[in-house]
Design a protein around this ligand. Structure first.
Ligand code: F6R
Length: 617
């Protein structure tokens, strides 16, 4: 959701904050703002509705020289996108400025308390009460860090914040309350007296790689020459900074028009990175370096529950097949946001596998906490080292596909599918239920996957042609069976996210039970009918759609001509045997969504209303 940045040091803070906000914009683009201390040590505030460029234009040539400040990109929760609802939010006297991510759930009661005593509010945000509360505590004699800790005690909800005050320019105080997004502190390199505070590691990595992550309920008091970390009661916490790797090329758009396109094209390399060192032949086996469960613990598991949200949930749905097929354990999959509210039956024999790109999705973290309370074993599949999911889980399998910047997830899904496939094979081996020939087939096909993904990318010209025609439809149905069912769900999700076209994914067998009523010549169907054991049934479903004059675009595997003349358009994708086949089908669907979005003139990398990391429930 919202992006947060803070800086204190000796460099000009304004341009530095704007630079970091560029890397944070993918988290929210309803508005942006910065607060700096000017030469008189007064707060200079600039905010603008809409994209970061609006703010950059507004401050051009006007930024005061300043050595500390905070910035924000917003994904609106309370109050419409507008200048006055943009962060930073100030208290009425302009003494304190706050940037915030997440939700203060009791903000209405708190706001009432202040309005009852005559305070005015300038915005509709929940954030503004934080500034009032901090000033209240400062007036009562607290210093800024104490004031922030006191605020934590008075508020409900999960959020993170950074606060500054004119009383002490150069000091920032940040807090993480619950699981509504992380806070990471970046320490000046080479002995430089400077510190950064951000919601995202990626925003500060080009500036420093030496960082400290905050856990829930922690507060960090930041001055240019050092930081103090405490819990919410002010007890000191000792945590040595860690050094994170940084690949400058991975975060640049390069020759591609959009990050989404770049990340789609990165998938063969991403798959290689995800596989490297883990899939081994002679004897065929998977070895995940960080797999934290030994044979005894794995044999003790009698059930697996997979959780995630959005695209990561679809990865989990694919992995359910893997767990049952290779590890022979009953597996179920749950939308993380529903999971904890239905009082799931869990115990120490349950393995909960959470899947996520960010490792900060609040619903997924809440599901993990539920599992933790029940004493489950926990494995997380995650692309962000150091994220809260990696801290909550007993064991982490990193997805290892590099930073994903486009809001619509692509390469991370391919990477999650591979990591989950590897985890299922490893579980199967440790449980002693994976036979050598299945292991060999799966490992050989995994090693072939990057090449198959590369071949699938060669379909782009053909997909572009199809997109030009299919962009005229306002409604789409995506159908698949078995492993291709989650692929259909993802195809529909990608299309609606980036092109704003209404699209629904269905298990093809479900079509006759309702959705078929929608089919006519204005409803396009995309059918995933690749070579697998349910292909013939997919063919029947395609015939049923065609019989009702519904246009069909079918994905088939190379070597299978039987759908020519049955579907209106056939897209022949590389034939791929093995459980990783969904990864190959996904590429043309990602390209289709991308090119239809371009045809419709949509903002592919920053689709309206979306945010990369969803840190509110
Ligand atoms: C879709 C997309 C979202 C995320 C979802 C979960 O393109 O990106 O559906 O998959 O918000 O996010 P993570 O994977 O970070 O938990």
């Amino acid at each position: 959701m919202c992006g947060i940045i803070g800086y204190t040091g000796s460099r000009p803070a304004g341009p530095l904050l704007l630079e970091c906000l560029r890397r944070l914009e993918y988290r929210g683009y309803d508005s942006a703002g910065i607060a700096l201390f000017d030469e008189q040590q007064q707060l200079y505030l600039a905010r603008a509705e809409g994209k970061l460029d609006n703010l950059a234009n507004r401050v051009e040539g006007r930024l005061p020289p300043a050595a500390a400040g905070i910035g924000h990109t917003r994904w609106a929760t309370h109050g419409a996108p507008s200048d006055r609802n943009a962060h930073p939010q100030l208290d009425p006297s302009g003494r304190v400025a706050v940037v915030h991510n997440g939700i203060v759930e009791n903000f209405e009661a708190l706001r009432q308390r202040f309005t009852d005593r005559g305070d005015s509010f300038a915005s509709d945000t929940d954030t503004e009460v934080l500034a009032h509360l901090i000033v209240d505590a400062l007036d009562g004699g607290a210093d800024l860090a104490d004031a922030v800790r006191r605020v934590i005690g008075e508020t409900e909800g999960a959020y993170s914040l950074v606060a500054i005050t004119v009383d002490e320019p150069g000091r920032l105080v940040a807090a993480r309350v619950g699981n509504a997004g992380g806070i990471v502190v970046g320490h000046g390199e080479g002995g430089a007296d400077e510190q950064f505070v951000s919601s995202d590691l990626a925003a500060i990595l080009p500036l420093t790689r030496t960082v400290t992550f905050l856990g829930p309920g922690e507060v960090v008091d930041v001055r240019a020459d050092g930081v103090t970390l405490t819990d919410a009661d002010g007890r000191a916490i000792e945590r040595a900074p860690e050094v994170q790797p940084f690949d400058p090329v991975a975060a640049a758009k390069g020759r591609f028009r959009h990050f989404m396109l770049k990340e789609i094209h990165e998938q063969p390399d991403a798959a290689l990175d995800a596989i490297r060192g883990r899939y081994l032949l002679d004897p065929p086996r998977v070895e995940i370096e960080s797999f934290g469960f030994d044979e005894a613990r794995v044999r003790d598991i009698n059930r697996v529950v997979l959780v995630g949200m959005g695209t990561s949930l679809y990865a989990a749905m694919i992995a359910r097949h893997y767990i049952e097929r290779f590890a022979r354990v009953p597996a179920e999959v749950d939308n993380a946001s529903e999971f904890r509210y239905r009082r799931p039956v869990l115990d120490e024999h349950t393995l909960v596998i959470s899947v996520g790109q960010s490792g900060e999705t609040v619903d997924t973290l809440a599901a993990m906490e539920e599992a933790q309370r029940a004493g489950c074993a926990q494995l997380t599949i995650c692309n962000t080292p150091g994220s809260q999911a990696t801290r909550l889980a007993d064991s982490t399998v990193l997805i290892r596909v590099g930073p994903e910047i486009a809001v619509a997830s692509t390469k991370c899904l391919i990477g999650s599918i591979i990591a989950l496939h590897a985890a299922a094979l490893q579980l199967g081996r440790l449980r002693g239920v994976l036979d050598e020939s299945t292991a060999r087939e799966e490992i050989e096909s995994a090693l072939h996957l990057p090449a198959a993904l590369g071949e699938a990318l060669l379909l782009e010209d053909r997909v572009r042609e199809l997109a030009a025609r299919y962009a005229q439809f306002d409604d789409f149905l995506f159908l698949g069976r078995g492993l291709s069912y989650p692929v259909a769900l993802e195809g529909a999700l990608k299309l609606k996210e980036v092109s704003y076209i209404h699209a629904e994914g269905y298990a093809a067998g479900e079509m006759k039970h309702g959705p078929i009523a929608l089919i006519d010549e204005r409803m396009a169907t995309v059918a995933i009918a690749v070579r697998d054991e349910v292909r013939e049934k997919m063919r029947s479903n395609i015939e049923q759609v065609r019989a009702r004059r519904g246009p069909v675009l079918a994905l088939t595997s190379a070597g299978d001509e039987s759908l020519e003349g049955v579907a209106d358009d056939v897209l022949v994708i590389p034939a791929f045997d093995g459980a990783l086949a969904p990864a190959v089908s996904l590429i043309p669907l990602q390209l289709l969504a991308y090119h239809i979005a371009l045809e419709r003139g949509a903002d592919v990398d920053q689709p309206r209303n979306l945010a990369k990391t969803v840190t509110v429930e």
